[in-house]
Design a protein around this ligand. Structure first.
Ligand code: AMP
Ligand code: ZN
Length: 493
């Protein structure tokens, strides 16, 4: 029997603002759509956090026995610099600055995205569609919304008529905003603006002669508005209504609000049953973002080549760090937090080794079945991975007591303990054993760290010949040591 029949999963639905019992539209099947990256620069750790949250959700749904179709798109056109639908296309701009074809930009950063996600041990989605691969579908939706009188054409561009839509629908149902308040709080349109109202958003934009990313349409050459691609791709692969739509909190408005409006206008019904939003990763208390430069790239963390952290951290330790926070909470990245996560991860992995060496006896001091259910209860409570991790450490405590001979465990319970740990640690949290994920960079970082410690000892003993020799010879090998207030860090050239 599938686990979902006995485990009661609850999810926090941003649409209702409540935790709700998860009941998919078609029993046993889950359709999940997550807004993917805009591939105009390297994916930063903040982006990774959102995708990792949904990777963990995907893994748990699969573990419960659902047949999951997980669609995560690649935005390779239509995302303008300003989310309200103004400015240059992000990819076209990058192509202009780097003197590349837009599709070269797309290829470069899509490859980077896939490589990084692989290092983090992500499961691939079932379908990874692109906006440029779905022009026909997007144009068809625009034609229909125009026919229904909920959009208007001006000078080769088509805009969604938010006020007209709001007469019979509720624009703002996801973000909890009211159109009257939005209108009261926005400035008037400038004379050259084509839109009838500032809340209207582009379904199709006319391409100016210099705009290289352009497609033919009934309204002339142009390109689709960013919100439209997600409506087209989600409903194409998951149906007019589907179970889960995810993305970062910052996409709730306007992106997801506009997706709802487009789908309701086109299909006459609301597209998504459960809206799930992942919270932001911050650095120095501020949102990590590509545009502000306040970000760290995953490879800068794995190699230790950055000015923020004292050492390199492996992808699986970073993953463990992310999983220690609930996906709806803000998480701040810091050196201390990563160091603490690394310690915790090592302790967990040691216990995973120890559990394989335990000798069973004829009775158990540890109630395995209620512990196992507590692990499920944590995940059933809106994927509460920090509570799950607390439960895993409860098991670590008992494993160590059994090893020391201060507690006992029966053979059957020992087997359940090993299986349950494997399931939650590797299959659901997606962590990896140390040696499996290492490409040598971890070992190198460990060796350099050891040399830094030996150099520090030499300096304490005033043996400057040895300490200078370590520093200089490392430099010859391309490893530069930097002494700072927080200790010594290194970079590899
Ligand atoms: P983008 O490539 O800008 O379209 O963003 C891709 C995904 O990353 C979206 O779901 C964003 O909500 C998410 N995202 C962007 N910045 C952060 C951050 N600092 N923390 C978590 N998620 C983020
Ligand atoms: Zn989207």
């Amino acid at each position: 029997m599938q686990l979902y029949k006995t485990q009661q999963l609850k999810v926090y639905n941003s649409l209702s603002g409540k935790k709700e019992l998860f009941e998919p539209i078609n029993e046993g099947h889950v359709g999940m759509y997550v807004c993917g990256p805009t591939v105009y620069s390297y994916v930063h750790l903040g982006n990774c956090r959102t995708f990792m949250s949904f990777d963990m959700i995907f893994r748990y749904l699969k573990h419960l026995g659902y047949k999951v179709r997980y669609v995560r798109n690649i935005t390779d056109a239509g995302h303008l610099e300003d989310d309200s639908g103004e400015g240059e296309d992000k990819i076209a701009k990058k192509a202009r600055l780097d003197q590349l074809e837009p599709m070269e930009v797309v290829q470069r950063y899509t490859v980077d995205f896939h490589q990084i996600l692989q290092k983090f041990n992500f499961l691939p989605p079932s379908i990874e569609p692109t906006a440029t691969g779905h022009m026909i579908e997007q144009i068809e939706i625009i034609k229909d919304i125009l026919e229904k009188g909920l959009a208007y054409e001006v000078n080769g561009s088509v805009y969604f008529d938010v006020q007209k839509f709001n007469e019979n629908n509720y624009y703002g149902k996801l973000s909890g905003r009211k159109l009257e308040d939005m209108i009261a709080n926005t400035r008037d349109l400038s004379a050259q603006d084509e839109k009838r109202s500032p809340q209207d958003f582009a379904l199709w934009k006319k391409a100016e002669p210099q705009h290289i990313m352009r497609w033919p349409s009934p309204w002339g050459d142009g390109f689709p508005g960013w919100h439209l691609e997600c409506t087209a791709m989600s409903t194409k692969y998951l149906g007019e209504t589907f179970d889960i739509h995810g993305g970062g909190m910052d996409l709730k408005f306007p992106h997801h609000e506009c997706e709802i409006a487009q789908a309701e206008a086109h299909f006459g019904q609301t597209p998504v049953k459960y809206w799930l939003h992942a919270n932001m990763l911050t650095l120095n208390g501020k949102k990590m973002a590509k545009s502000t430069g306040n970000n760290l790239l995953p490879n800068e963390i794995f190699s230790g080549e950055n000015d923020i952290l004292s050492k390199a951290f492996s992808p699986t330790v970073v993953r463990f760090f992310m999983m220690q926070a609930h996906y709806t909470s803000i998480l701040d990245l810091s050196n201390d937090a990563l160091l603490a996560s690394e310690k915790g991860y090592n302790r967990l992995m040691e216990a995973m080794e120890t559990v394989l060496t335990l000798e069973p006896s004829n009775k158990s001091d540890f109630d395995i079945s209620s512990w196992k259910q507590s692990c499920y209860d944590a995940m059933n409570d809106d994927f509460n991975s920090p509570i799950l991790i607390a439960q895993l450490f409860e098991a670590v405590k008992h494993i160590n007591l059994i090893k020391e001979g201060r507690e006992t465990i029966s053979e059957k319970d020992l087997q359940t303990l090993q299986e349950t740990l494997n399931t939650f640690v590797f299959d659901i949290l997606g962590l990896e054993k140390k040696q499996e994920q290492s490409d040598g960079s971890d070992t190198l970082a460990g060796v350099i760290q050891l040399l830094i410690e030996l150099r520090n000892e030499a300096r304490v003993n005033r043996d400057f010949t040895t300490s200078d020799k370590i520093r200089d010879q490392l430099l010859e090998l391309g490893v530069q040591l930097k002494d700072g207030k927080e200790g010594t860090s290194f970079s590899i050239n």
